[in-house]
Design a binder for this molecule. Sequence first.
Ligand SMILES: [Zn+2]
Length: 351
Amino acid sequence: MSLRVGLVHAPLFLDHAKPGHPERPERLLAVTAELERARLLGGFTALPVRAASRDELLSAHETGHVDHVHGAISDRPVMLDEDTYANEHTWRAAVCAAGAAADLATAVMRGELDRGLALVRPPGHHATPSRTMGFCVFNNVAVAARAAQLAASAGGAAAKPRIAIVDFDVHHGNGTQDIFYADPSVLFISLHQFPLWPGTGWLTEAGEGAGLGANVNIPLPPGTGDGGLRAAYTRIVLPALRRFAPDLLLVSGGWDAHWRDPLAQLQYTLGGYAWVCRQLVEAADELCGGRVVAVLEGGYDTEVLAVGVANLARALLGRDEQEDPLGAGLAGDTDAGAILDRLERLPGAGG
Ligand SMILES: [Zn+2]
């Protein structure tokens, strides 16, 4: 039986723009062009784009945040915080980005789709319950997790479904961490460069209350490359996923840990990224009936992003090939072993 892999992409995600800003429409244009060039688009089932409802936004954000964003956006360009811009199209793009992620997660949870990919902007993983941050307006992957849980309970599921979110963007997914910090039903795992903006994501941030142990940070030193990525996945991410036993796997996909990305200093290659994407799809097959939905976060070199997302698309579509026209950077692969040793000894993250 062939896989049903959902895709949401739409021109309205290109309208959110600020000249000269790194989080720019050309990112998504490059991705779509590469998916077309590689003849991958036809393998997907396209879903219509839909705005998230107010209740869906409020499943991850405080009322004041939603009202503040709605009130701040007007027909003139504004800054919502020091890094996050908005123009007259931003509200529609932001609510549709959250709606797209929610629809894919819901459809996969209900068994209407096997897997999903949300190619959306603005990104979401820095948006906290109460504020915009780091180019992010609403936390798309968090809204998706809540929508999937709601869909399962509406479908008569007795227990609240367990959602695992793996975030491989180079920046710590601080917003997602904040939203689920005390929630034992959502496991959040972030691999990121440390130190780096936003400054959070140390390995001792492990959740609180009932959520203690359901938040795993893997802070990788600058210079970490594919070797560190593979070790972190094998030693920390996969064991944590197996212990948690999710019903659905969500992926916050950011390609700014590539060696050529202008915003950070990790040294992954496109081959390393393709490897981790395939691992995550295999983990979903092993642990949760193949249910996996990926949501686009960062990645600011458009060629890296385009080829990287195409390799993720191949993994989701069950195709074995991958492409890496850029190879490895000149820097070596910093040893992340000391951090992984410490993580393995922590309760929750380790054994
Ligand atoms: Zn990032």
